[in-house]
Ligand binder design. Structure first.
Ligand code: ZN
Ligand code: ZN
Length: 413
């Protein structure tokens, strides 16, 4: 039993709708949720209408059925993207609909599924929703994510607890890292947090670093060049219509784009990576001229390889993100097996697409212009954690000055 559960759930829904998606009167909201996560989805829908939403368009899905389909459906269904789904995403884009997604899945949901089926479908659905995905990463419309525990996920995070206690423990962890206490003040606390993050971004943007040099005792020795007009972002961002929103709650990260063709050296993962329902453990990547030229993993290497092989852009980095080791999520000492949380526990990198807004004017550039400006393009975007307690990151300015950014896993300023 969680004390004040209903009040906390309501506070969470309001946080997602008011700070996360920041739903405005008259807007259409597309609400996606697994059927098992209906309690939070329903409260979010109510909060959307409280904010004056014109309509909440539901997109329910079910992981059990998705798995059955992967295992048993005709091979051909994975290589064709349904026309009505494409039409729907075009309609949502045209209407400037807000996207709010509730996530909650078994981290090993796809264990045992042929990775080629997953890869084929990801490629096909990625192409089918390319315009929508691109508009989302370019922040053309407001979007946000929330999470709702399901038993299989809770048991993965807390394997030693009985199912109901594991569910409570995961809810507790989610509420706590989202700064939800049940006092109804989470929205106010988030305004304050967003301001702190914005101040750090200002400091980093003022340096306009040429490159970052990562080292730690695992063996990481990686140099990441940054595009000339890169922008560090974090906390909130503005949609094309100028509406501020927070894409990820919780968010502790400050991120930008690496220069896709100028990353060299080796980087070790600090945490396992949950990928398409499978785990990749103890891995490192070697880079040359931006490209991943070698991959090693103690476990699950085939899933990592399949993800990197998804398209050409997956072979290159698209994001560098700074998160203090001493952060609320890391301090919980829990691996959530879910990127939304785990990426806020640690400095991370992502292979695959960049956020176009990480370069000045990037959102208004053509694909060719984005590429020339240093932004990577892909239908993939996979975050992996690299931050350790001893991580050092040194920023090198265009005039050769070396500035410590991270010392022993935390911000140097
Ligand atoms: Zn990130
Ligand atoms: Zn990312």
């Amino acid at each position: 039993m969680i004390e004040n559960f209903d009040a906390k759930l309501k506070e969470y829904a309001h946080l997602l709708v008011e700070i996360g998606a920041n739903v405005q009167p008259g807007q259409i909201v597309r609400l996606s949720s697994p059927v098992e996560c209906a309690p939070l989805a329903r409260m979010c829908a109510a909060a959307c209408y409280d904010c004056g939403a014109r309509e909440v368009v539901l997109n329910w899905y079910d992981d059990f059925m998705a798995r059955e389909k992967y295992l048993k459906a005709d091979e051909a269904v994975f290589s064709e993207f349904p026309a009505h789904k494409k039409a729907e995403s075009e309609w949502l884009l045209e209407k400037g609909a807000v996207s709010l997604s509730i996530i909650g899945s078994d981290p090993e949901m796809l264990k045992g599924v042929d990775p080629r089926r997953i890869q084929t479908w990801q490629r096909v659905s990625g192409e089918g929703t390319r315009a929508y995905f691109d508009a989302m990463t370019a922040s053309r419309f407001q979007w946000s994510l929330g999470a709702h525990p399901v038993p299989s996920w809770a048991k993965k995070v807390f394997p030693d607890l009985p199912e109901d206690e594991a569910m409570d423990a995961l809810w507790d962890a989610i509420f706590s890292v989202c700064r939800i206490t049940g006092d109804g003040q989470a929205v106010a606390r988030w305004h304050e947090h967003i301001e702190t993050v914005a101040m750090r971004c200002e400091v980093l943007n003022a340096y306009n670093f040429k490159s970052l040099h990562y080292t730690n005792s695992l063996g990481t020795d990686l140099t990441v060049q940054l595009p000339e007009n890169h922008v560090w972002e974090g906390g909130s961002e503005a949609s094309a219509a100028g509406i501020e929103f927070v894409a990820n709650i919780p968010t502790e990260e400050i991120f930008t784009a690496p220069k896709w063709d100028a990353v060299d050296g080796r980087v070790y993962a600090a945490l396992p990576l949950a990928l398409d329902g499978n785990l990749v453990k103890d891995f490192y990547l070697d880079f040359k001229g931006g490209r991943i030229v070698d991959v090693h993993a103690a476990e699950g290497i085939e899933f990592l390889r399949h993800s990197i092989d998804l398209d050409e852009g997956s072979n290159y980095l698209g994001e560098v993100a700074l998160v203090p080791y001493d952060s609320p999520i890391r301090n919980k000492g829990i691996l959530f097996y879910e990127t939304l949380f785990d990426e806020n526990a640690s400095c991370h990198l992502a292979f695959g697409s960049s956020y176009p807004t990480c370069v000045k004017g990037g959102a208004d550039m053509s694909e060719e212009q984005q590429k020339a400006a240093g932004l990577n393009q892909s239908i993939n975007h996979v975050d992996f954690m690299v931050g350790t307690a001893d991580l050092s990151i040194v920023g090198i300015t265009h005039d050769g000055q070396q500035v410590p950014i991270f010392i022993d896993g935390n911000f140097a300023f």
